[in-house]
Design a protein around this ligand. Structure first.
Ligand SMILES: [Zn+2]
Length: 296
């Protein structure tokens, strides 16, 4: 059997979070118990350690608050480590990426209501056709809304509407950031409790074909921030969107720059098992995929 890296995002009750597909805390616990039985759950820093069983890393993207309140609590109870990756933009620049604003708006408002508020400002036929990329979404208005904010409108067009909706719930964007993301105190506590902390991004942008420019814009700032906060080297990297549409080029072009800057491991969104003894980049399997395959 090969090694496994499981990818998690939100660990929350599906009724409490309608913005995307979360895993409930009880299913999360079952998966970690399953992994603990069949694998040796390790920190990424320990990939070369000799183990009886194949190795497993429990990885988290985006550093949302539920990862502290739910996932970290359960990992501590089960006495296993997790690997959490931070997006520094919201913490330093107090700027929330568009896709998180979209998740939040979709979690608090009906899709149809949002569509009602915006459809007169857009080319409805174009959006209806192009929103097919979200064909996995059962609700048609959800497809339209996601396509509109994530692709059809520029960030400058989407942001004011989305921030207005979010602040109508959380009062201020500051409040939202405090409630939605891990705080510095929480990151420090998780690190001190044996969790691994890595870089996810600054502002959660996909890779573009300029490796040094991308490193300077999306990686360096987060690494420096974490190293100052934790007072130690940060050597782990999980690219946002797995790199995006250019993920294969990213793995090749960015690698020498990452190594030059002290990174030792990277985790992609390519699906599959991996061999932790070899290579820099490792594939992962999404937690919802494990559920579909009947693991828990
Ligand atoms: Zn992410």
């Amino acid at each position: 059997m090969e090694d496994l890296v499981i990818m998690y995002h939100y660990v929350m009750e599906p009724e409490e979070w309608k913005g995307s597909v979360p895993i409930s805390p009880s299913d999360f616990r079952k998966q970690v118990e399953w992994a603990k039985e069949h694998y040796e759950i390790i920190k990424p820093e320990d990939i070369h350690k000799q183990t009886q069983k194949p190795k497993c890393i429990i990885s988290f993207d985006d550093a949302t608050k539920d990862q502290y309140t739910n996932a970290f609590r359960i990992l501590k109870e089960l006495n296993v480590p997790g690997y959490f990756t931070i997006m520094s933009g919201p913490l330093i620049e107090r700027k929330v990426p568009i896709f998180h604003l979209v998740h939040t708006v979709l979690s608090h408002f009906k899709e149809e209501q949002i569509w009602e508020e915006v459809f007169q400002q857009v080319n409805v036929t174009e959006i209806k056709n192009k929103s097919d990329i979200y064909s996995y979404e059962m609700n048609e208005y959800r497809r339209y809304v996601k396509y509109l904010f994530n692709f059809y409108w520029s960030e400058e067009q989407s942001r004011p509407y989305l921030e207005r909706k979010v602040t109508s719930i959380y009062h201020t964007l500051e409040n939202f950031i405090e409630e939605f993301y891990l705080s510095e105190r929480e990151i420090l506590e998780m690190d001190a409790s044996g969790m691994s902390i890595g870089v996810h991004s600054v502002n959660h942008l996909p890779y573009e074909r300029n490796p040094q420019g991308f490193y300077d814009k999306e990686i360096r700032g987060c690494k420096n921030y974490l190293e100052k906060l934790l007072n130690k080297d940060v050597k782990l990297y999980t690219p946002s969107f797995g790199g995006g549409e250019q993920s294969i080029q990213m793995q090749v072009e960015l690698l020498p720059i990452l190594i030059e800057n002290g990174f030792i491991l990277g985790f992609t969104t390519e699906k599959g098992f991996t061999d932790m003894r070899n290579g820099f980049w490792h594939k992962r399997i999404d937690c919802n995929q494990l559920i579909l395959n009947g693991v828990v």
